[in-house]
Design a protein around this ligand. Sequence first.
Ligand code: FES
Ligand SMILES: [Fe+2]
Length: 452
Amino acid sequence: MTDTTSSETRVPNPRGISREKAPEPSISDRPIRGERYWSQDFAQLEWERLWPRMWQVAGRVDQIPNAGDYVTYDIGRDSIIAVRGDDARIRAFYNVCQHRGNQLVTSEVGSLSSGEFQCAYHGWRFATTGECTWVHDEDDFPQGSPCGRRNLVEIPCDTWGGFIWFNMDQTCDDLRTWLSPVADHLDAYRMEDMKRTHWVTIEGDWNWKCVQDNFNESYHLPFVHPQTLASMNEHHTGCQFDLYPSGHARMLMPGGGPGPQYTGRPDRTFQSLKQDFEFWEFDPEPYRDDLAGLRLALQRRKRELGASKGFDFSNYSDEQLTDHYHYTVFPSISFSMKPDGCIWLRGTPHPTDPTKCLFDMWYLTLFPEGATEYYSNSMRDWVSIDHQVEHQVGRVGEVSAGHGIDQDIAIWSTQQRGLMSRGYRDDYMPYQERRIRYFHENIDRYLDMDPM
Ligand code: FES
Ligand SMILES: [Fe+2]
């Protein structure tokens, strides 16, 4: 299977991801006003100027292994089809029949039994190249046959990390340039070899930016995720924050044990890392009075046993074996990398209501070589490599995005209500939350452009 448009070029990175600190950009002190989260006018500006310029994800490459397989993704008022052609190439089109605009396909994943799309309204057919191949009463068009002329509208499409990406801007930068430096950093995780083992969409009463704001700071961890204090160094003094010129950002947070500010009992730490310790046959008892030593000891253990457990850690640095490498890709995606997987998060704006959002959580599992079942620590669940996971969709509380992410979700509805109140007087943020302000500044950069 070859994607002629693929960006899956691996950048060798034997010492692991660069931890070089990005120079701090200058950021204004422009306030983050509440109307950004509820105003129809603001959402319209985003719709005209921001979204049509963004590289976005339509689905996973392994959802469409064969010619004629397709996925769709709805963003705002648009729906996009990504389809694999007979030449194995994946192309993206607007999901719009070029006769009188009927949406061509309605399912989010499918396979073309005839090898072509056929519109349900008047039967026009389109090849996987987008070409209009057949119309009813072809000789009744005085302006000339639509065949070969009224083709589907194609947009830029590429793959990276096992994801199918598209962009509605015909003049966009190529995907790898757009993703800089995230793609170069994350190549080592081989996300194209990971399998999606959780696929959850939650319909919530909050603006999509609440999601990205949240994943752009770790200030909330002691209150929203108190369990993390025992197992990671969540304090900003222990973390590194990088803000890249591309608008993307990252956070490096030490894991494999608590930070020096932790005053809780060692048993809480041991309990919280229990699954990791068991899998890695690691006895933490010698570190009961030296919790600071746990992280390096666990790194050594993983390095020792990695190959025998079916993992190839040769492209990982020691830090990558325990720490949290969290990347926010502008404007709406987070990659939260673990040595054996990725929590992938996205806030998609609601098509008409800026106070609503479709929140996606995908968990991608890197199965150890030869394993078909695996205990996912992040999801606290056994996962299987053998089947395409079903898409769970529901309101808040109806479906789970995993214990930790559910804690985040529980906040956003109440935050949205406060942001809509007359009593909200703009933000008042500490320096450690500067990724949020940078995020909003980058949004404004696009809102200053011409509409598309
Ligand atoms: S709208 Fe598609 S064939 Fe008429
Ligand atoms: Fe959180």
